[in-house]
Ligand binder design. Sequence first.
Ligand code: G6P
Ligand code: MG
Length: 219
Amino acid sequence: MFKGVLFDLDGVIADTSTLHFDAWKKLVNNYFSAKLPDSLEEKTKGVSRGDSLKVILNYLDVSVSDTMFQRLLVEKNQTYLASLENLSIKDRLPGITEFITELKQHEIKLALASASLNGPAILDKLELRDAFEAIADPSKVPYGKPAPDIFIAAAKALELNPRDCVGIEDSSAGITAINHSGAYSVAVGTHPELKAANMLLASTAELNLDTIRQAYPHN
Ligand code: G6P
Ligand code: MG
């Protein structure tokens, strides 16, 4: 049986995933009078703020000065934070409350392995901070997802080997990261690129201990 669960945040615990992309779309509209196609959303999911901006600038085929790059990051985050103003317990994704309760009952440890620098503040708004034994700091790992660093750091913060952990993700970058960390990957969502996961669930509502325990290979 696994001893820890390493959670992604946006799109797994919180209904915030589209808010990130909405903020990028607004920024791009304001600064470049351009529209981002929905297909770009998957390429920014799980990807750090700076790396997401690089993906977007690359799509737009524009280059900006370092000062402008930083200004765009600040402004995107301001728009994103404004959209979180009313975030509360109601924005936990379906099944998350029950799944976390189940994990706690079985004394399985929880760590956050999100690329978001806003992770701790969002857990506070969702009233979930106390449920987590550890929050891996994305600013302290050398490489962001799809590199495995944040999942390795999250397992380490729980004093566990990644092999003894399950990682949960809604992004393809995140599934690649979990797979390379050595943890057992569970994807939630329907995007075709999630097929690389060890276990694929259509939504967070399907997360439950028994389903994962039965498939987990190191029992
Ligand atoms: C998550 C989201 C990404 C976002 C990243 C950084 O991984 O899926 O869309 O770019 O966090 O979030 P932040 O809140 O630090 O800008
Ligand atoms: Mg996510």
